[in-house]
Design a protein around this ligand. Structure first.
Ligand code: CTP
Length: 414
């Protein structure tokens, strides 16, 4: 929990810096003590005065200020915190962090710190997708830097895509969950070589919607964003599991360190999952289309070809979760499903757990009013043979972290 924690907030130079006074306010409301370091770029978007007012502390913005150095050296500044949070984290500051540059107070503190670092990236979509940025993200993740977001959406530059900084309440929720989980950096196994709670295990995660073709241009789909499934794959990997993510079409970036298999239809998803076996744990978070068109037209169906609109004959798709749950000696030790419901959430999910033969069912209410399908938050209930556990409203990344921690406990016990 963030209550009583000391957070060093590094604000770098992106337009999203204007949201940082709100971020500081929300963190302080939850009981955190926040001290801010502002880069020269950051100061173009938010004033030191605004951050000083909301943090009720001095804002540190120059490396070679003698007063700051005598009152509070950059080493002390970076170590007198429980976590260093970089928000917004621009492509530039992430590149400097990956390269180990220290040419201002912010990057010097980031290089000197012995505390865990969390970063909320914010940048233009092309900058986000650039191989240089992706390489830097991977390097930083391997060293244990935790990422919050980014999200997709409209950008200040007029483009649309991945790269918007997560909203302050999502960042606060992720920081809160980080402390709930012990508040330690968790490097990806690849670079650390340390033993992690899921080291030596294999995981399979499904995510996103499936698309079922009607003709070469039309398809049946659903509103799943893939956010929850991708976050789970990331969280399991961070705990040391060798993870395969089988994903339908989504806008989500590939989580670093995860093997991603992209598929379109339910049948392709099932095939890819079967090929990923054996695994220790399978988490089916995909919103698999229940039905597909019985026949897929070879050519585009023309509007004027028939007197009446065409009738689609649907047939049922294979059930990936039920198939994995019944895969004999290839059955994962732990099989987890998600139940998307709009009414009688818990009762329906309990029945679904039995019907599909999985061990745990994570139930969530996906009624439009909850905003869960495309949103960043989720309120879930974990249903197992032992009963029902109600979890509070959490960021999807936080749900993923908690679930991964529970998976680690369960696999250890089994
Ligand atoms: N699932 C699956 N394959 C399918 C349908 C669903 O693997 N063909 C999985 C989902 O990934 C999820 C769980 O089954 O883990 C429940 O999905 P949900 O959509 O809630 O249930 P359905 O089985 O589709 O039932 P209904 O639509 O009637 O609620």
């Amino acid at each position: 929990m963030v209550d009583g924690k000391r957070i060093l907030l590094v604000v770098s130079g992106g337009i999203a810096a204007y949201k940082t006074p709100e971020l500081v306010r929300r963190l302080k409301e939850k009981g955190a003590r926040v001290r801010c370091v502002l880069t020269a770029g950051g100061a173009e978007f938010v004033t030191p005065l605004a951050l000083a007012a909301v943090s009720e502390d001095k804002v540190y913005d120059a490396l070679f200020s003698l007063t700051d150095e005598s009152e509070m050296g950059h080493i002390r500044l970076s170590r007198e915190a429980d976590v260093v949070l970089v928000a917004p984290a621009t492509a530039n500051i992430l590149a400097k962090m990956a390269a180990g540059l220290a040419d201002d107070l912010a990057t010097t503190a980031l290089l000197a710190t012995d505390k865990p670092i969390l970063a909320a990236p914010a940048m233009n979509v092309r900058m986000w997708e650039h191989p240089a940025t992706q390489r830097n993200l991977k390097t930083l993740a391997e060293r244990g830097v935790g990422f919050i977001g980014p999200e997709q959406g409209d950008m200040a530059c007029g483009e649309w895509g991945m790269g918007r900084m997560s909203e302050p309440d999502a960042i606060v929720a992720a920081v809160d969950e980080f402390f709930r989980q012990g508040g330690a950096a968790r490097p990806l196994t690849a670079a650390s070589g340390r033993s992690l709670p899921l080291s030596g295990t294999k995981a399979l995660v499904t995510s996103g919607p499936t698309l079922e073709a009607i003709d070469p241009v039309r398809y049946i789909a659903n509103r799943s964003s893939g956010k929850q499934g991708h976050a789970i794959a990331q969280a399991l990997t961070r705990l040391g599991s060798q993870t395969t993510l089988v994903s339908g079409p989504t806008q989500q970036p590939d989580p670093p360190g995860v093997r991603v298999v992209r598929v379109e239809s339910a049948r392709d998803m099932l095939k890819a999952c079967a090929q990923a076996l054996p695994v220790d744990v399978a988490v089916c978070a995909a919103a698999v289309a229940d039905w597909r068109a019985e026949t897929v037209a070879g050519e585009k169906i023309k509007k004027g070809a028939a007197a009446k609109p065409p009738q689609l004959k649907l047939v049922e798709n294979p059930d990936v979760l039920a198939t994995l749950s019944a895969s004999g000696n290839l059955r994962p030790r732990l099989v987890i499903g998600f139940a998307a419901e709009t009414e009688n959430v818990i009762e329906a999910a309990k029945a679904k757990r039995k019907a599909k033969g999985c061990d745990w069912m994570v139930a969530n209410d996906v009624s439009p009013a909850t905003g869960i399908l495309a949103g960043d938050f989720n309120t879930v209930h974990l249903i197992s043979a032992d009963g029902v556990e109600d979890w509070p409203r959490l960021a999807k990344t936080a749900v993923a972290e908690r679930l991964a921690a529970r998976v680690a406990q369960a696999l250890k016990a089994s």
